[in-house]
Design a binder for this molecule. Structure first.
Ligand code: ATR
Length: 278
């Protein structure tokens, strides 16, 4: 499938071997019979600037960024979209007329995943509670604010970090002390975990859902395991839940369309990723 005219994109990370993006993008390239490739690029932080300068000269049409490059990438592109600017991180670069356009598709990916799985989010837009205030939380916070959630509470182990995130994004965001979570759960209409807790190899998320509003939607950006203990517990209490793997799929769609000129089929994408991981 790959000719001398193939369009080449990839993902820069350090390390990059954990990334599921090459499998996903190459699956779509094959499905759509596109002459192109998407490769893992193992780029050390001190080489990031060089990589940004050189890859367009070698004909790359763009690339994704994963840990730890998303924040540094912001300063290495010629233009940024409004999401990347507000979130302070770039996860997608598109080379256009020799210029590097930086985008953040994580926020859009988060919301598109919920909409695909749940449909209309209106019933859940009253009170969102986000757990965590790190890099992933910034994308989720931006997404919830853009979607018009009425109140967005941020609870984090290190409260000062939640406070500074709430202050930076402004109303309707507010920091909630971690110990006040149980008292708030009856009112919460969307609960989202943006921390790494509950991920394979990480500590569990020690949070009792005894008080959770059974009409709440609960989601987790952790997708390894796909069904996290948080989602399992929430469902036992009657909540609607949405797994997080779709965020990875939907954040990838925009870049793919910009680089390769066609919209990929998202229908079997999650299933494909899971099968590759097994
Ligand atoms: P990411 O970019 O993946 O969000 P991060 O910026 O390191 O990574 O943020 C990780 C988040 O998980 C933070 O909210 C962190 O809380 P702190 O700000 O207090 O560090 C949270 N987190 C990680 N380990 C945790 C733990 N054992 N208990 C509670 N929160 C934890």
């Amino acid at each position: 499938m790959i000719s001398g005219k193939a369009r080449i994109a990839g993902v820069m990370g350090w390390p990059v071997s954990h990334s599921l993006s090459p499998a996903l993008h190459n699956h779509w390239l094959t499905q759509l019979h596109i002459d192109g490739a998407y490769i893992p690029l193992s780029v050390a932080p001190e080489e990031l600037e060089n990589a940004f300068r050189l890859l367009p000269k070698f004909g790359f049409v763009g690339w994704n960024l994963t840990v730890p490059h998303k924040e540094a990438a912001l300063k290495l592109v010629d233009e940024v979209d409004s999401a990347a600017k507000a979130i302070g991180a770039v996860n997608t670069v598109v080379v256009k007329d020799g210029k590097l356009i930086g985008k953040n598709t994580d926020a859009g990916g988060f919301i598109s995943n919920l909409k695909q799985k749940i449909g209309d989010l209106t019933p859940y837009k009253k009170t969102a509670l986000m757990l965590g205030a790190g890099g992933a939380a910034r994308a989720v916070a931006y997404a919830l604010k853009e979607e018009g959630f009425e109140t967005i509470l941020i609870a984090n182990r290190t409260h000062a970090r939640a406070q500074s995130l709430a202050k930076e994004f402004g109303a309707p965001m507010r920091a909630l002390p971690w110990e006040e979570i149980p008292g708030m759960l009856p009112q919460v209409t969307l609960l989202v975990n943006t921390t790494t807790l509950g991920m394979e190899g990480q500590p569990p998320l020690a949070l009792s859902l005894d008080n959770i509003n059974p009409a709440a939607l609960v989601t987790d950006i952790v997708y390894r395991p796909l069904e996290t203990p948080l989602l399992i517990e929430a469902r036992k209490r009657g909540c609607v839940t949405a797994t997080g793997l779709g965020m990875l799929v939907f954040q990838a769609v925009n870049g793919f369309a910009a680089w390769f000129g066609k919209l990929p089929d998202i229908e079997d994408a999650e299933e494909y990723i899971v099968s590759q991981r097994a």
